[in-house]
Design a protein around this ligand. Sequence first.
Ligand SMILES: [Mg+2]
Length: 188
Amino acid sequence: MHLPYLLLDIDGVLIPFPSADGTTPATHTRHDVIPTGRSADDPVAIWLNPAHGPMVMDVAHGSVVAPVWCTSWRQDATTLIGPLLGLPPIPYVDLPHPQITTSHPNGYLWKRDHIDTWLADAPVAWIDDDFTDLDQEWAAERDAGGIPTLLVQPDPYIGLLPEHLATVRKWATGKPFRDAATAATAKS
Ligand SMILES: [Mg+2]
């Protein structure tokens, strides 16, 4: 069985939504970044929790999941956001650029059709703050069809918590992923 991907969103997960009073959460550090295509004199303020980098790497090593960014930050996740958290270059899904005014243009997460194709039959734990009931149905059908699939949905105003990664770790433990990884290592 393929090693499971750990798909990671950023907005609403690593960067929680701003609070009503606009303050940065006490756990987070403010950064000014220049996303690709944006003028250097027009930075974007973001806030990141420095504990998130080690948390992500811990579950990646400990549970045999392969982290991949799945975010509208696209390559900037790999080159801009990840390094601010001390993360190595994690690959990203090159999501399309649909002309949409809602994240659920068809009642489910706009990323999902692309991800469904991208994953093919690979197992996945997917952390995003924006799933709908239709996404949960998609995941349940996939899982029932023999492709382990887990959706984890943080509160966008709080973002990623240790318990979310604990859920991923628990999900991956006891499945045959680790055996597959061991066998792959033994073969190489
Ligand atoms: Mg999001």
